[in-house]
Design a protein. Structure first.
Length: 533
């Protein structure tokens, strides 16, 4: 037999004869998580129902490749392109299926997936324009009629079909308006009656997600605000959750209000600036210069955040950021944020360093300024040391230290000079340690070193080498000026100075405090070796 196969399709996923599934490929089994026995012998309609293919689409008449959603046994959506062909004898039908590249929600909508999994807010993710339910959580399902309160009865269905009577038309208009205006639509005090229960009110938001300039998804969240006291708690919970998501995503996030004052700056951007140095949007240009893709400097009024505050929406813009000692190429998205009256109340910019895509993983674990391990890496490595010590009775040490009177460096010489000192300081610490010691910047001017299988004497030796090298180093700042700094170091060694392996970091912090209290530029070893450390 010969089959008319569209270019780009291969490995038929399932084959029909007399409307019965007679063959399925391993790829289909792997994609859907169903077994061969669960797929074979079904009628075409039964297979479509099993995979939750939109019942308004007749695949039997499919002549050109189209994009649809199918769902796995675990109710995970898969966006696929399907083409159906017939044999020369018209006895068999073959359907070729290919998953759209990088289309899974865990890749495209990480933050929305996090909201669903957290189950703190009622959250539902819809396709657009079909409005197929792709994922949701129990918090949202509890609002619906009892028929749809389990995922298996709601996932894959048309969203408007599962809403209570009287709400579909209103909510469809809200979604269409949000997409047309490319903005989040917030509906406060939405009256909602579920399954004959008492009337309740919810704050609902509808967020259109655009892919390549076209609306692709709708993320709908709801919060119960029936009781005002509980409403306040829920709103605070929502804000904390969203802040946590913003704080932990790999992009640098800046949100400024319409007056140009910062509202949200996550740690990936605050690490770029001295403490409390960003008081208004124009402060950005005190430390950074911005250039467009042609290398021309971007005028102050046209930097992404100011364009967002004017109502412009920018997707996948590219620019170069010059921070003085290095240049980075970043991809950015800028969006205006509207209130319920469609007035701009803020602007947001999301920056992703794409200078070297192969270093994306490293970016998430390294300090942006010094290149040392960041606090997240420190926590992970420290926890590994705890497990190793408990399982293998191994020893390890921690040095906690920070630069003495570093604030005066910023106050006297400026924050740019402070950044130069921090970077050079990091290089000195690295050069003073063993190649396999774990060096981190865990705060503004606070650093740490974790030393595995290191004796007390050797630990003191490394600490003293750091202290001396810093004290004797000429730090060259702007205009060739030389300044000198010192460092105070707290030392803790398990099990020599700390009996409780879980208290090593705390003991090192305590020792650092005592080093500073006793005069600075010194090493302090906390020898209070007891269970109360």
């Amino acid at each position: 037999m010969r089959y008319a196969v569209k270019k780009g399709f291969h490995n038929p996923f399932f084959c029909l004869e007399n409307n019965i599934v007679i063959k399925v490929s391993e790829d289909l089994i792997k994609m859907t998580q169903y077994t061969e026995g669960e797929l074979l012998g079904r009628t075409f309609d039964s297979l479509c129902n099993l995979l939750k293919v939109d019942n308004k689409i007749n695949l039997k008449k499919l002549e050109t490749k189209q994009t649809y959603y199918i769902f796995t046994k675990d109710l995970e959506p898969r966006e696929v392109t399907i083409f159906g062909g017939r044999s020369d004898f018209q006895r068999e039908q073959k359907y070729y299926v290919k998953e759209v590249l990088n289309s899974r929600l865990k890749i495209r909508l990480q933050y929305a997936q996090a909201l669903v999994e957290a189950n703190k807010l009622g959250t539902i993710i819809l396709s657009y324009p079909e409005l197929i339910v792709l994922n949701t959580n129990q918090k949202f399902l509890d609002l619906l009629h009892s028929t749809y309160r389990e995922k298996q009865f709601s996932i894959g269905r048309m969203y408007l079909d599962i809403l209570p009577n009287g709400y579909s038309e209103r909510i469809e208009k809200i979604i269409i308006e949000a997409v047309e205006k490319k903005q989040t639509f917030i509906s406060e005090m939405l009256e909602f009656i579920s399954g004959g229960e008492e009337k309740k009110y919810y704050d609902a938001s509808y967020v259109p997600i655009f892919i390549n300039g076209k609306a692709k998804y709708i993320v709908n969240t709801v919060v119960d605000v029936t009781e005002q006291v509980n409403a306040k708690k829920k709103i605070e919970e929502k804000n904390r959750l969203l802040s946590a998501i913003i704080e932990n995503i790999s992009d640098a996030v800046l949100i400024f209000d319409k007056e140009g004052r910062p509202i949200v700056l996550n740690k990936n951007i605050t690490q770029e600036f001295p403490d409390e140095s960003l008081n208004e949007v124009d402060d950005l240009r005190k430390y950074h210069k911005y250039y467009d893709e042609e290398g021309k400097e971007i005028a102050p009024e046209n930097i992404p955040i100011k364009r967002a505050l004017r109502g412009e929406r920018i997707e996948k813009g590219i620019m170069t950021v010059d921070v003085g000692d290095r240049k980075s190429t970043v991809q950015y998205n800028a969006i205006p944020i509207y209130d319920i009256n469609h007035d701009i109340i803020a602007g947001a910019v999301f920056l992703n360093d794409i200078t070297n895509l192969s270093k994306l993983e490293e970016k998430a674990t390294k300090d942006f300024l010094t290149g040392l391990n960041n606090s997240r890496s420190f926590d992970s490595y420290y926890n590994d040391c705890l497990r190793t010590s408990l399982e293998e009775n191994g020893r390890f040490s921690i040095l906690m230290f920070d630069i003495d009177y570093f604030k005066s460096v910023n106050d006297t010489h400026g924050h740019l000079a402070g950044n130069i000192v921090l970077k050079e300081f990091g290089k000195i610490v690295l050069a003073s340690c063993r190649d396999f010691d774990f060096v981190s910047r865990v705060g503004g001017e606070e650093f740490s070193v974790i030393l595995k299988q290191c004796s007390l004497a050797k630990t003191i030796e490394v600490a003293e080498r750091i202290r001396k090298n810093v004290e004797n180093h000429d730090f060259v700042i702007e205009n060739g000026k030389i300044i000198h700094i010192t460092v105070s170091i707290g030392v803790a060694v398990y099990p020599d100075t700390v009996n409780n392996v879980h208290e090593v970091a705390k003991s090192a912090d305590k020792a650092l405090y005592k080093a500073k209290q006793s005069g600075r530029n010194r090493i302090y070893l906390d020898t209070n070796n007891d269970e109360e450390q």
